[in-house]
Design a protein around this ligand. Sequence first.
Ligand SMILES: Cc1cc2nc3c(=O)[nH]c(=O)nc-3n(C[C@H](O)[C@H](O)[C@H](O)COP(=O)(O)OP(=O)(O)OC[C@H]3O[C@@H](n4cnc5c(N)ncnc54)[C@H](O)[C@@H]3O)c2cc1C
Length: 432
Amino acid sequence: MKDKKVVVIGAGIAGITAVIKLKELGYEPILITKGAGSSAMFSGSVDIASLIESKHLKDIKIPVKEQIKLVQNRNSNHPYNKITNVLSVLTESINLVNDKLNLNFTKLNLNRPNYIIPTQTGYLKESALIKTHSLGFDLEKIMESNDNYGILNFTLFNNFFYENLLHNLNLIKKEQNSKSNFFIINFDFLRRSTDVNLRNFNFANIIEDNNLYIELINKISEIIKPEKINNIISPAIWGIEKYNEINTFLNSKFNIIETLSSTPSIEGIRLQKKINQYIKDNNITILNEKVVKFKHKKSNVISITTNKNNEIYTSGIVLATGKFIGGGINTINGYSESIFNLPLFYNGKPLFENFKEPMFENDYFKKHQAFSIGLKVNDRFQALGIDNKVIYKNLFVAGNIIADYNYIAREGGFGVAISTGYKAAKLLSQIV
Ligand SMILES: Cc1cc2nc3c(=O)[nH]c(=O)nc-3n(C[C@H](O)[C@H](O)[C@H](O)COP(=O)(O)OP(=O)(O)OC[C@H]3O[C@@H](n4cnc5c(N)ncnc54)[C@H](O)[C@@H]3O)c2cc1C
């Protein structure tokens, strides 16, 4: 075991990846987190790059590795451009995290195109990794199957845009000359004298209680007659605590396809539970506190202090505090990095130089500049000052807090967070 004290700040997907890699390299990292970040909002598939956007299956045949190249060419400041052998780092890091956190995603294959996955809003999203149990998500396979698919709409669950989903699936069916059929199944369940509107999280809790899911699944089976419709597309509601148990039962009755979850995301909660389980099973020292200040000696950080006044001396740090949702960037009185007061950048330039440009677009899916704000790093993932010099030699940066990694602009989500978390841990191990 390496006896130097190393610290990871942030327990989102980037921070936990750094912890996993540091453990593998023989360290006993201390993890400090003030709570959940944007990883807990993740909708359920791993995004690496999906720059070519199209509603036509035939246009989306571009392998993920080509999509990565497009991101690298479009955005020279993107973190993928700072990682040598980015394709193998992505593969190694994602497979490692998939395995250690027990995420049950398909193995990463950068030579295949993105999967196309139904979402709760009815829109079809492209993403590189999907859950193994929901291989039915693979739209190409759905269209080739010539099978029947029931889209399950529950009374009282009104944030599932099933008609939009039906419309989009039928468009692809027509384009592909597919013989697969899609139907809406309206299902009256949990109606009460005073009706309420349920969300994924409430629904999952209710059906887990007293094993109500057994009754629900049996009723659905009676109605749909699995010999006629044996594939069900439903919003993500099938459990949190009893997720595995419910899935086994569901799959004994019919093939279930959960759509990607809207926020508040049930998949994010399931992921958070897996992260917590990993921390427990691997005896990771964790402080549920907020880092508020630090001390440094010349260009090395020597200690950090939390809001509970715990001062932790350290030889090296991975900073994975996320952006606005995670808390790595403060937005009160302008934008600022929240712990080390590191300068912020976007488009490769210091924030204060181009701050007058509009930060947001009218269209939600456009590239909002605000989401590109972050820390500028060198190819050793150390934060740079406005003079382009390394500020603290033993501070390595990972995940959403890095500048010019814009999730909304389809430049990668977990793909960037995981590969940079992995890389930051490896680089830290070279100096500590
Ligand atoms: C609504 C939504 C849906 C998304 N869906 C997907 C998806 O389906 N697929 C995908 O690939 N990507 C998705 N993304 C993008 C993805 O969530 C991010 O790319 C990723 O979660 C970034 O992880 P992170 O670890 O860098 O940051 P975060 O997950 O934000 O983690 C930051 C961590 O730092 C901690 N922290 C911050 N400041 C301090 C402090 N001072 N002291 C201690 N701890 C601190 C926070 O508590 C938190 O634990 C989605 C994003 C959003 C917003």
